[in-house]
Design a protein around this ligand. Sequence first.
Ligand SMILES: [Zn+2]
Length: 187
Amino acid sequence: MPAVENFPQIRQWLEEMGIDSEVIAHRTLPFFKEAERTLLVTAETNAEGKALLLLPEAANAWRRMHQCAKTAGIDLYLVSAWRSVEYQMSLIKKKQQLGVPPEEFFSYLAPPGCSEHHTGRAIDINTPECDEVSGVFGDTPAFAWLREHAHQFGFEMSFPPDNPWGFIYEPWHWCWHPVNPANKSGK
Ligand SMILES: [Zn+2]
């Protein structure tokens, strides 16, 4: 069950979309507070001209990582960054319109309130040689580079295989975590 104190709110959002919250009742899902829109900055503008937003520190970390990868001959770009709860609901509605059952799409699409993208610290990354954001990304040199270097910029892969949240393996999804100076010493 998602963080218990937030479950009523999630259930209400699901009800608005006509989804029975029973479908996630067996899941242990995290709850992520939506970052305030006014705190966000443009981390990158995508090919369609859409601004992809992140918290300033996460955006800086992304830019530094992007540049460093480029120097190593690895081309990375952002597919997704901050998402509002409302936007998450619109993604879910699209799946509903396609007739995909909630049990299925909730394995790769977080329920509203449960997406790390709400925080303004999570990103989906792709590379030009990879057609789609899928498990295939895990086989690219770009992913190999990230696995080795992303932590140097504060990014961690959130959903490795068999993650406790019940999401599929998402090699493209990384989240920036603030470095605690107390943990930095002694390495
Ligand atoms: Zn993601």
